[in-house]
Design a protein around this ligand. Structure first.
Ligand code: DX5
Ligand code: ZN
Length: 235
């Protein structure tokens, strides 16, 4: 099956939109996800569901684990499940999330030794998912430069991991400009944190091919969400 995140694109293609379920109503998760995945108009529909996994060590919050991924996979067999591992020991969880149905697994450069990046990405691909590498706002972009060839996607964080609803850090857009010329058309830059309809234009313009949004999507009433997704896409 072709991987949504590694489909060739150029900068004129609208970005993929990945609502983060961290801001969804956890007591109604199935309904919340169905609403964004199954909207009649494709432009107002989510392309991916973004799962923010935090372990209370790498990020100061506890969120969800493989069982959430497995439950969503069971109810939405065709959904693209994009797992963002904000955990101290990502190697510990790769197989468990792949087994639970994840399509993409992103780990942080701050959580691994440099020499582990390539083997970790290979391991993720060997179990059938694509591999993302994430970089936090304070980490210099030079840290990921030697690893771009080894990954499918670069996730540039635009807030510090922990919570949805934080303010966007505009300085990180410079990182996207620095890497985008070095990436192949099948590699995307994803941006995550503080993105809303007001600043999404700058995110798209910098060259991001996938936009994550939690509070901008799930923080508005369900009927307004397709309109927000369309607007984040720039349509
Ligand atoms: C930050 C998470 C984000 C977050 C985004 O720790 O990785 O995915 O949920 O939330 P918003 O879009 O509300 O900033
Ligand atoms: Zn995230």
């Amino acid at each position: 099956m072709p991987n949504l995140l590694t489909m060739p694109r150029d900068r004129s293609t609208p970005p993929l939109i990945a609502p983060s379920i961290l801001s969804a109503d956890f007591a109604a998760m199935g309904e919340e996800c169905r609403g964004v995945l199954e909207h009649a108009d494709a432009a107002g529909r989510a392309d991916l569901l973004h799962l923010d996994v935090m372990d209370g060590h790498f990020a100061p919050n506890l969120t969800m684990g493989p069982d959430m991924c497995r439950a969503l996979r069971r109810v939405f067999p065709a959904a693209f499940l994009d797992v963002h591992l904000m955990v101290h020991d990502p190697a510990m969880f790769i197989e468990r999330f792949a087994d639970a149905g994840a399509n993409n697994l992103t780990f942080h450069i701050e959580a691994v030794d440099e020499v582990q990046v390539g083997p970790m990405a290979d391991k993720i691909r060997s179990i059938g998912a694509s591999a993302g590498l994430a970089i936090n706002p304070p980490t210099p972009v030079e840290r990921v430069m030697p690893h771009l060839e080894k990954i499918d996607m670069l996730l540039v964080m635009s807030v510090n991991p922990g919570y949805s609803g934080q303010a966007f850090i505009p300085e990180v857009l410079e990182k996207v400009r620095a890497v985008r010329k070095k990436l192949k058309p099948i590699q995307r830059v994803q941006m995550d944190g503080g993105i809303n309809v007001g600043n999404a234009g700058a995110v798209r313009e910098a060259g991001c091919g996938c936009i994550v949004a939690a509070s901008a999507v799930f923080g508005v009433p369900a009927l307004q969400r397709p309109g927000v997704i369309r607007a984040l896409r720039g349509l």
